[in-house]
Design a protein around this ligand. Structure first.
Ligand SMILES: NC(=O)c1ccc[n+]([C@@H]2O[C@H](COP(=O)([O-])OP(=O)(O)OC[C@H]3O[C@@H](n4cnc5c(N)ncnc54)[C@H](OP(=O)(O)O)[C@@H]3O)[C@@H](O)[C@H]2O)c1
Length: 350
C-alpha cells in the first residue's frame, strides 16, 4: 500500500506519522506533501528520511490512500482531483456534510463506509469525535433526546501557529505584568511596531478563555458549534437535539467537554458505567475523590476518550452529566483518520 499525507508537516500530519509508525502500518511507499515552504525538507519515518513534496507539483496517482490535513481550502482545491486516483481521507471540514461523503468514526458508525461514492471519506471535527464515541453506546441503550454541551478546547485545535502564540503570549505576560491584560485584539496586520497583538486569536489567550471558535453565523452560533450539532446528527442520529458553546482555553493539547444528556428512557449509573467501560475508544476514570477525574494534560498522547464526573442531573428526569476529555490531535484527528484507513482496507479485502 502506498500512502500520501498532504499537510505532513502540520500538527495532525505529524501525529498521523506517529500513529502509522506505532501501528506498524504496512506501507510500501510513503509520500509526504506540504507547501512550497517545506518542499525539499526531510521528515524521519521508521528510521528513514523522507523528502517533502510540493503540493503544487505532486502526482496524486502515486498513492492508493491520500490523507489530507492541510485545511479546508486545500481540500476544496485538491481533494477531488486526488480522488480520481486515490481514496482521500480528509481531516478538514470541507466535505463533512456532503451527502455523498461518509463521515466516519470507526468505533461509532463503521457501516457508513458502504456509502463511499466520491472516493472521499471525511474525518469529523476533533470535538465531535470524542463526543460521539461516548454518546453512541448511551444512545443505543437509552435513546438520547437532547444534549447541552460546553467545550474547553486547546489551542492546538487551530494548528501549530496558535500553540506557538500561546507559549509566546504566556512568556510575554509573565515578563511584563502590565501587558497581562493588554494584548490588543487582532486587527489583521502585525508589524514590528505592534508585536503585542494577538495573531491567531480574537482576544488574548494567555491567562484567559475565549468563547469563540471559527466564524460566527447569522443566528449567533459559531461554525464550530454548528459543526458539533450537524456532525453528531450525521454520525449517530438526526433526531438528537444538541446545543453547544465552544470555548478556547490556554491549554496546548486535548479538548474537554462538559456534557448534559437527556434520555428518553430511564437509566442507572451502574448501567452507564458498565456500558461506557466496555465501549470501544472509551475509558471511564471516575473516582469521586480528589484528583479522581481526567484533565487535558493527562489525556495527551492517549488513544482513548476519558469519561469522568458521571452523575445524575437532579433537576431533570432521565438526565445525566459527564466530563469528557481526549487528545484532539490523536483521538480527535490522526488516530481516527488512520482507523478509517484500516476500515477501508478491511472492506476492500472482503
Ligand atoms: N488540530 C486539530 O485538532 C484538528 C482536528 C481535526 C481536524 N483538523 C484539521 O486538520 C487540518 C490540519 O490541521 P493542523 O492542526 O495539522 O494544521 P497545522 O498544524 O497548521 O498544519 C497545516 C499543514 O497544512 C500545510 N499547508 C498549509 N498551506 C498549504 C498549502 N498552500 N499547500 C500545501 N500545504 C499547505 C502545512 O504545510 P507547511 O508546513 O508547508 O506550511 C502543514 O503541513 C485542518 O483542516 C484542520 O481543520 C485539525
Amino acid at each position: 500500500m502506498n500512502i500520501a499525507i498532504v499537510g505532513a508537516t502540520g500538527n495532525v500530519g505529524r501525529k498521523m506519522l506517529e500513529v502509522l509508525e506505532q501501528k506498524k502500518f504496512s506501507i510500501n511507499q510513503l509520500y509526504l506533501v506540504a507547501s512550497s515552504r517545506s518542499a525539499g525538507q526531510k521528515i524521519n519515518f521508521n528510521g528513514k528520511e523522507h523528502e517533502i513534496y510540493n503540493l503544487e507539483t505532486y502526482d496524486f496517482s502515486k498513492a492508493e490512500i491520500t490523507f489530507f490535513a492541510a485545511g479546508g481550502k486545500i481540500s476544496e482545491q485538491y481533494a477531488e482531483k486526488a480522488a480520481k486516483h486515490s481514496t482521500v481521507i480528509d481531516n478538514s471540514s470541507f466535505f463533512r456534510m456532503n451527502p455523498d461523503v461518509p463521515l466516519i468514526v470507526p468505533h461509532v458508525n463503521p457501516e457508513a463506509i458502504d456509502g463511499l461514492k466520491k472516493n472521499i471519506i471525511a474525518n469529523p471535527n476533533c470535538s465531535t469525535t470524542q463526543l460521539v464515541i461516548v454518546l453512541k453506546p448511551l444512545h443505543d441503550l437509552f435513546n438520547i433526546k437532547r444534549v447541552v454541551l460546553s467545550t474547553y478546547q486547546s489551542v492546538s485545535g487551530g494548528g501549530k501557529a496558535p500553540m506557538d502564540e500561546l507559549i509566546e503570549q504566556t512568556h510575554r505576560s509573565l515578563k511584563d505584568k502590565a501587558l497581562r491584560n493588554a494584548i490588543p485584539i487582532k486587527t489583521g496586520v502585525v508589524s514590528d511596531s505592534n508585536m503585542n497583538m494577538s495573531k491567531n486569536f480574537t482576544k488574548q489567550i494567555a491567562f484567559n478563555a475565549i468563547p469563540h471558535i471559527d466564524v460566527f453565523s447569522d443566528d449567533g452560533y459559531t461554525k464550530e458549534e454548528l459543526k458539533m450539532v450537524n456532525e453528531t446528527k450525521k454520525i449517530i442520529d438526526k433526531n438528537i437535539e444538541l446545543t453547544a458553546t465552544c470555548v478556547r482555553i490556554p491549554v496546548l493539547i486535548s479538548h474537554a467537554e462538559s456534557v448534559n444528556i437527556e434520555f428518553e428512557k430511564p437509566f442507572t449509573l451502574e448501567k452507564i458505567h458498565s456500558s461506557l467501560s466496555s465501549a470501544g475508544g472509551c475509558n471511564v476514570y471516575d473516582k469521586r475523590e480528589d484528583g479522581g477525574y481526567m484533565t487535558p494534560l493527562e489525556a495527551e498522547g492517549k488513544n482513548e476518550t476519558y469519561i469522568s464526573r458521571i452523575r445524575e442531573d437532579k433537576t431533570k428526569k432521565n438526565t445525566l452529566n459527564l466530563w469528557i476529555v481526549s487528545d484532539n490531535l490523536l483521538r480527535g484527528a490522526a488516530l481516527n483518520a488512520v482507523e478509517i484507513a484500516e476500515l477501508l482496507i478491511k472492506k476492500n479485502n472482503e
